[in-house]
Ligand binder design. Sequence first.
Ligand code: HGY
Ligand code: MN
Ligand code: MN
Length: 419
Amino acid sequence: MTAASGQNMAVNAERLWDSLMEMAKIGPGVAGGNNRQTLTDADAEGRALFQKWCEEAGCSMGVDRIGNMFATRPGTDPDAAPVYVGSHLDTQPTGGKYDGVLGVLGGLELVRTLNDLGVKTKHPIVVTNWTNEEGTRFAPAMLASGVFAGVHSQDWAEDKTDAEGKRFGDELDRIGWRGDEEVGARKDHMHAFFELHIEQGPILETEGRDIGVVTHGQGLSWTQVTVTGKESHTGSTPMPMRKNAGLAMARILEEVETIALSHAPHAVGAAGHIEVHPNSRNVIPGRAIFTVDFRSPDLAVIQDMEAKLAAAARRICDAMGMEVELEKVGGFDPVAFDANCVNAVRDAAERLGYSHMNIISGAGHDACWINRVAPTAMIMCPCVDGLSHNEAEEITKDWARAGADVLLHAVVETAEVVA
Ligand code: HGY
Ligand code: MN
Ligand code: MN
């Protein structure tokens, strides 16, 4: 096949699927998914496998000082700014096999396919694995791509601690994945960034579309709320005397639901992280710590929800005679992706005959930060019942094929095939 007839280029979906299943064996969950949390030994094992595959595909691997991985396939013009692809290999504790991983291994499959076809591109192509996209062990989400994009300082990121008090920077050193590249040194020499990701919602499957052309990403706000009441005996403390921080939390969480629904249909709100202390069956909780996750495509709506949460939390805790503190621990504004890159995605889906529709990403992604430093777009494929952040997350091989084919064509068009 000549490079000029790129129209017929297609990925090897079987090989992509085999790689997905091979990676899924690392950091298995308890119900068929994955628990490969960032900077764990399982994360290190997955990184090593990814590096092995990239080097087998003729790529050279660079790693920066916060663990971001960059596998480079050379272009014919070594001075041309590379086209970056990729996503993340870390998972939620009850994660699926495809969230993030499809984008990293879809990028590797793109390289493998170009090698098979003997296709050369002017611009180098770089397949990335961004450290700690999930933000579940070390908040916030998209931590390392945020440092790369200049949103967070490296020291701020490295001082983040997990539930056991372990530091991000120490864990990165412990697993041996702190590279030598300065974080962000690459950001001024990026031609584009494309991220393939499962939708993690029900829209594409419901609409019967194979491809989501992601025009925007909704914004995110994480507010950590700490309510302080008073530990006391669950049996002998009269009800009127109790300062039950758990009850105050429950009332605040009811308000979170009401606030999000007040901005229906696009806004969402919930708390996924909840702790009560001392978490003993016969002690009234003296402290409750929880993180409220609000999202919306509209920044003003996010700000309104944050304000309403603060007012409700203070009103409830004042009435119950308790203290409350609120701390913003994560967030990013809604993003509009690069029109040219978005068009490259749409044109590729059109050329390949895949059904497609514009979509706003409900989840946050590394692309949301990289969009600040390079022309960026995302490609989405459906997932079964829109389910994600659940071990039962599933996609079909055809959806994986469609997403990887569109990634291949959008990237090759941007990286300029050399006949
Ligand atoms: O939180 C998010 O949206 C992403 O899955 N980390
Ligand atoms: Mn993800
Ligand atoms: Mn995720």
